[in-house]
Write a protein that binds this ligand. Structure first.
Ligand code: COA
Length: 233
């Protein structure tokens, strides 16, 4: 375990994820970003949304559905719950996060297909008191440059500001790159859902719920220093 891992939710000011000079800015998303966010969100989901949609309509266009949900002013995927990282005017990364309690109301409203039922053990792991990082993704060409770390730090800051005790997220157990990314910041496994194999869901080892406890002000925690720019008009 390194120093950062023991430092739950508090990036080390000397070696913290956003200490390196940046060539990008993080800002809140707007509806106009929906197309680019949808492409990235599709990368982050590990085929989960397309798996669910195909259970309703085998011809469903996942990207289009993502785009419409992101464009909407409300709902989990709404651009209002998204941050984007911009480099040279291009969106190169995105994060979508909101109170985990929102999932419960949306899932109950959506009804349940056989595919929803297959993923139910994953849904059951949700910690409704936490702030949920629903997806995070960086364009391939911009990975390993600190973009993901800055987006993640901004999400953790937001959760702290809104007084959530923790940030949680679901990750497929076979997504080793994402696991390395989260573990470095101090996320720990808080539960594992066994998901029965399915030919349209190419994952093994089930789905993990990872949790990062957020230290409060009295513990000396502080924000990461990621400045979130306003949406451009
Ligand atoms: C996970 C992801 C968002 C990371 O974004 P990123 O901008 O590349 O991350 P960073 O550059 O901030 O990486 C920070 C640290 O995380 C770890 N890390 C990131 N990617 C890693 C990889 N592919 N393998 C091993 N460790 C990795 C490293 O410790 C890295 O620090 P280093 O580059 O100094 O070694 C990006 O790989 C991605 O978009 N993956 C596809 C979508 C996805 O799986 N999202 C998560 C769904 S749960």
């Amino acid at each position: 375990m390194n120093g950062r891992n023991q430092n739950q939710g508090r990036p080390d000011p000397r070696t913290g994820p956003c200490a390196a000079p940046k060539r990008f800015v993080v800002r809140r998303a707007s509806g106009r970003d929906s197309r680019e966010i949808a492409k990235l969100a599709n990368l982050a989901g590990g085929n989960t949304l397309s798996f669910l949609l195909q259970g309703i309509n085998p011809l469903a266009d996942t990207l289009r559905v993502y785009r419409e949900m992101i464009m909407a002013p409300t709902g989990m995927f709404s651009h209002r719950n998204c941050l984007v990282a911009i480099s040279r005017g291009q969106i190169v990364g995105t994060a979508n996060a909101f109170p985990a309690s929102l999932i419960k109301s949306e899932v109950e409203a959506a009804g349940s297909t056989d595919r929803d039922k297959l993923l139910q053990p994953r849904t059951d792991l949700n910690d409704s008191k936490s702030y949920l990082l629903n997806n995070i993704a960086v364009s391939r060409a911009y990975r390993r440059r600190g973009v993901g770390s800055c987006l993640l730090a901004a999400v953790i800051d937001e959760a702290r500001l809104r007084s959530f005790p923790s940030v949680t997220l679901h990750v497929w157990a076979d997504n080793r790159e994402a696991l390395a990314f989260y573990e470095r910041v101090g996320f720990r496994e808080a539960g594992r859902a066994e998901i029965p194999p399915h030919p349209d869901l190419p994952h093994t080892g089930g789905s993990l719920l990872l949790k990062l406890l957020i230290a409060n002000e009295e513990d000396g925690s502080r924000n990461s220093g990621v400045a979130i720019a306003a949406v451009e008009s």
